[in-house]
Design a binder for this molecule. Structure first.
Ligand code: ATP
Ligand code: MG
Length: 137
């Protein structure tokens, strides 16, 4: 069954949005198969966002991801990669539709509270980066 990697970033955890966000994935019918709270190192954050290494905001983004606890999760279900991105909304919360997580709960792009894998290949790589095989149910 299809799986995706979803992370609530330090701003989402700090703002107390964990239950709100998990509820949206659960209510849709997706299944939680792994979850843990971790403070990623800067080096780990750079690995996670390596595709963006040439962007001007890369350094700030990695500093931010490693600034506090991140809730790392794996969700499972038919179409969960694409639909998970739909639940999350557009990268810039001002362009995300109301009804999406970012549209309802965030304002600025650098504090958009949640990450979701953007395709099957990234989902596989990100799940393997964040979780050991024995942590997956
Ligand atoms: P994510 O990978 O976190 O799910 P995304 O796939 O919607 O987000 P990406 O293009 O992968 O968007 O960008 C990764 C993250 O980098 C964004 O979530 C956002 O926090 C940050 N980011 C993107 N564009 C900008 C920008 N112009 N200025 C500052 N931060 C940005
Ligand atoms: Mg992305």
């Amino acid at each position: 069954m299809e799986r995706t990697f979803i992370a609530i970033k330090p701003d989402g955890v700090q703002r107390g949005l964990i239950s709100e966000i998990i509820a949206r994935f659960e209510r849709k019918g997706f299944k939680l198969v792994a979850i843990k709270l971790v403070v990623p190192s800067k080096a780990f954050a750079r690995k996670h966002y390596h595709d963006l290494k040439d962007r001007p905001f890369f350094n700030g983004l990695c500093n931010f991801l490693s600034s506090g606890p991140v809730l790392a999760m794996v969700w499972e279900g038919e179409g969960v990669i694409k639909y998970g991105r739909k639940l999350i909304g557009a990268t810039d919360p001002f362009k995300s539709e109301p009804g999406t997580i970012r549209g309802d709960l965030a304002i600025v792009v650098g504090r958009n509270i949640i990450h979701g894998s953007d395709g099957p290949e990234t989902a596989k790589n990100e799940i393997n980066l964040w979780f050991k095989p024995e942590e997956l149910t």
